[in-house]
Ligand binder design. Structure first.
Ligand code: SAM
Length: 272
């Protein structure tokens, strides 16, 4: 099977299998070798690495990952792509394809079985319709994941790499950091999406606890409400006392707090 990632080979595969793009799965396949190389480079993939790829499509990036990693597991939701992947990846003996929704996959179990619980890397050209859910799942996972390299909408990449606060940004600030890697114009995809993309990398250095995630998410429940009102669901009639003991005015809103404020609330909350 010829190397994918250039328009004529991608078209040949799509025609051979009479493949119909499924909009609901956010299918836009990469057709630019330069971008593919840059993604693998940003992930720093070496022959020591176990890589989880989310949404391999017809296997374009998977081929690059197989060339560079020790082992690759690719998780694809679209059953119609499975016979295509068997064909396009037939030259590699270091890849496993799983036909599943990534949101339902037990990543910890996979990492334990395939990599002895050692840190894994995650690489993904993400379907835009669930970008945020997938990044949240990876960032909040207790599995050792030392790097996530993801293609996302440019607008999302700019937000995550800015000072703008959001629950996801708070979680990323806690576990490590995020970097803007490269701009990816819409014309390097087939079919071309309506927006430009960008590649970001998230370096994960520590695990975030479920209670800190719950606190951050509760704080942002209703955007227009104050922190006090949002946190009443967790701390009930002790909310006011808790915020005051942390030196946080009760009329503040979630986006006015930084990650250290949340850690302080959580720690004080334990002593109530
Ligand atoms: N990696 C390929 C590439 O770069 O050419 C395809 C990227 S395409 C933007 C997104 C891929 O994710 C599609 O193959 C789509 O079917 C798959 N996908 C969408 N939702 C998914 C989910 N929940 N779990 C796993 N794969 C999913």
């Amino acid at each position: 099977m010829a190397t994918l990632g250039i328009p004529q080979n991608t078209i040949a595969v799509l025609q051979k299998y009479h493949f119909n793009f499924q909009k609901k799965f956010g299918q836009n396949f990469l057709i630019d070798p330069h971008v593919l190389e840059k993604i693998v480079e940003a992930a720093g993939v070496t022959k020591d690495d176990f890589v989880l790829e989310i949404g391999p499509g017809i296997g374009t990036m998977t081929q690059y990952l197989c060339e560079n990693a020790r082992e690759v597991t690719a998780v694809e939701i679209d059953t119609n792509l499975i016979p295509i992947l068997e064909d396009t990846l037939s030259a590699y003996d270091n890849v496993t394809v799983i036909n599943q929704d990534i949101l339902k996959l037990d990543i910890a179990k996979l990492a334990m079985e395939r990599n002895g619980g050692k840190p894994i890397k995650v690489v993904a050209n993400l379907p835009y319709y669930i970008t945020s859910k997938i990044i949240t799942k990876i960032v909040s996972s207790s599995t050792p994941i030392n790097r996530l390299v993801a293609m996302v909408q440019k607008e999302v990449a700019l937000k995550l790499c800015s000072e703008e606060k959001s629950p996801l940004k708070m979680m990323i600030d806690y576990v490590g950091d995020v970097q803007y890697e490269l701009n990816v114009p819409r014309h390097v995809f087939m079919p071309a999406p309506h927006v430009d993309s960008a590649v970001i990398s998230i370096h994960k250095e520590r695990v975030i606890s479920q209670e800190l995630i719950d606190l951050i998410e509760a704080s942002y429940t209703a955007k227009r409400k104050t922190l006090y009102n949002n946190l009443k669901s967790l701390y009930h009639d002790q909310t006011k006392e808790l915020l005051e003991s942390c030196g946080i005015p009760v009329n503040k809103r979630a986006e006015e707090l930084n990650i250290d404020d949340y850690i302080r609330i959580l720690e004080r909350g334990h002593t109530l």
